[in-house]
Design a protein around this ligand. Structure first.
Ligand SMILES: [Zn+2]
Length: 135
């Protein structure tokens, strides 16, 4: 007799963990209520993750914009971190020569070990040059 290795997650409800009744092999939930609960929770986890990322991007943008407003184009890394800047969040990151260039919406910047520098607004992002919406 061949021994089959039982993988516990395969024949158990993904929501409550109860053993699934024998039936279709692609069954994932023991009942519609479990299926709904699972998808609702997953949706709310996604929404809170999305909100966390968007809030971090908004905060980063506010800080970069404030820095630009004071006429500076760089800031001490410790200083900007203390203001709540989260360097792990950006809307774009690309290699520009020797440096990694980060973008937060319409502001571009670089990060060294001690400074956030080269902070500048990307004009082409703010206002498309040739596309005119005028009638
Ligand atoms: Zn269940």
């Amino acid at each position: 007799m061949a021994r089959t290795m039982e993988t516990p997650s395969e024949n158990r409800c993904r929501e409550c963990g109860k053993k699934l009744p024998p039936g279709r092999s692609d069954m994932k939930f023991c009942c519609p209520a479990c299926k709904n609960r699972y998808h609702n929770l997953r949706g709310s986890r996604y929404r809170s993750c999305r909100l966390r990322v968007l809030n971090a991007l908004e905060r980063n943008h506010r800080i970069l914009e404030r820095t630009l407003g004071t006429g500076f184009r760089s800031m001490d890394l410790m200083e900007i971190l203390s203001q709540g800047f989260m360097p792990e969040y950006c809307s774009q990151c690309r290699r520009n020569g020797r440096h990694l260039e980060y973008v937060c919406y319409d502001i571009r910047y670089h990060i060294s070990a001690v400074r956030v520098w080269g902070i500048e607004r990307i004009e082409s992002v703010r206002r498309p040059s040739s596309a005119s919406a005028d009638p």
